[in-house]
Design a protein around this ligand. Structure first.
Ligand code: SF4
Length: 399
């Protein structure tokens, strides 16, 4: 951001991500940047985040924000008086008029055990209109396997609280492929989420990330991972079961009622511009990508312009942008616009455009991709092996 300076202030930025790093404890499968909250650093963090927001505000000047997403960590752990200060700074420094008039989206991630009516009222009062609830499962045993600290009942209690605070938009996060989980268990989890009247579901296949406690337990042989065939059955059942309930899979792991897609995440997947604040937060503006330092102590260090130290920054790069576009675009229900994607490949080299078209042709011949209305769209079978298809297309771009 600093390097690109004034050039980036010409870009239209409509999305903002904030990262709140505190959690009650570290869940065994999680590799997001978060630290166990000892309460004593919340105030310093909030002050620093506000300072960063001041530094970022000029990049969004003149454009009402379309989406805000506060993730983590567990944003609902931040104490209410600190939330009030943060929301006041957001209102002061950014134009939230579009969001307040219902022409945008303001999501806050919450965990069931840490929401309170006071917090939800505070969020709603400032224009937050969507809660993303980390349920993960409604089965006590599976929650224990994941080392989650909430119980199934707390999810419905938290959802009821959110509803009475006036939140109409609600997303629930679930995980499938938990060791010991059966297809029936997973179907029960989906039904429990549906019974809460949610309009958006994120259903993630459990992955074993390097450095997590879950991966270490797996390596020690403490449990058997889910069978891959069962995971495929779970995925296929999810698509069908949710379709029958009126949900459309609009991204590989995300399902919504029509018109209730997560606008903020769509901005990521469509490679739009977004600002990001908080430790480990990553932003993207005008082809620049950057990631803030992750360690809270490093993040808290003051700087003259309000912006924290950047751990990683990448200048605009056509080849990288095309890869990202293929990577995220093919995971979307809307797929990729064929003409502009070929043109983008042609700007790298003619042979890249031809190789990409040939590779897409092969995927289409295998019955995994449809060419519909000038867009490349993976079908149900294709979505199951989206990763390997994308890897093939990337390899074609390198030839
Ligand atoms: S609550 Fe969420 S962010 Fe925090 S440790 Fe658990 S999974 Fe990770």
């Amino acid at each position: 951001m600093r390097t690109a300076g004034a050039e980036l202030q010409q870009e239209s930025v409509r999305s903002l991500y904030l990262h709140v790093p505190f959690c009650s404890h570290k869940c065994h499968y999680c590799d997001f940047y978060s630290l166990v909250d000892t309460q004593d650093r919340q105030e310093a963090f909030t002050q620093r985040l506000i300072q960063e927001l001041h530094g970022l505000a000029p990049f969004a000047a003149g454009t009402p924000l379309g989406t805000i997403f506060v993730g983590g960590g567990t944003p609902s752990l931040l104490r209410v008086p600190l939330w009030k200060r943060l929301l006041e700074a957001l209102t002061d420094r950014f134009d939230l008029s579009g969001i307040r008039q219902g022409r945008g989206e303001f999501t806050v991630e919450c965990n069931p055990e840490s929401v309170s009516p006071e917090l939800l009222d505070t969020l709603r009062g400032t224009g937050a209109d969507r809660i993303s609830m980390g349920a993960q499962s409604f089965d006590r045993a599976h929650l224990k396997t994941l080392d989650r600290i909430h119980n199934p009942e707390s999810v419905s209690r938290a959802v009821a609280m959110a509803r009475s605070a006036g939140f109409e938009r609600l997303s629930i996060d679930l995980i499938f492929g938990i060791p010991g989980q059966t297809l029936d268990d997973w179907k029960r989890d989906l039904d429990s989420a549906l019974s809460l009247g949610t309009e958006h579901l994120s259903c993630y296949n459990l992955t074993y990330e390097q450095g997590t406690a879950m991966t270490a337990r797996l390596a020690r042989g403490e449990f058997q991972p889910a069978d891959e065939d069962v995971e495929v059955d779970m995925y296929e059942m999810t698509v069908d079961h949710l379709a029958a309930a009126g949900f459309r899979r609009y991204e590989i792991s995300n399902y919504s009622k029509p018109g209730r897609e997560a606008l903020h995440n769509l901005a990521y997947w469509r490679q739009e511009n977004w600002l990001a604040a908080g430790p480990s937060a990553s932003g993207h503006v005008g082809g620049w990508r950057w990631k803030n330092v992750a360690r809270l102590d490093d993040y808290l260090r003051a700087s003259a312009d309000g912006l924290p130290e950047v751990a990683d920054a990448e200048a605009p790069d056509r080849a990288r942008a095309l890869r990202e576009r293929v990577w995220t675009g093919l995971r979307l229900w809307e797929g990729l616009d064929a003409e502009s994607t070929i043109a983008a490949a042609g700007q790298i080299r003619d042979s890249a455009a031809r190789a990409l078209q040939d590779a897409v042709h092969r995927v289409r011949e295998q019955g995994l991709l449809d060419d519909s209305g000038g867009r490349w769209v993976l079908n149900k079978r294709g979505m199951l092996i989206a990763d390997s298809i994308v890897v093939d297309l990337m390899a074609a771009l390198d030839r």
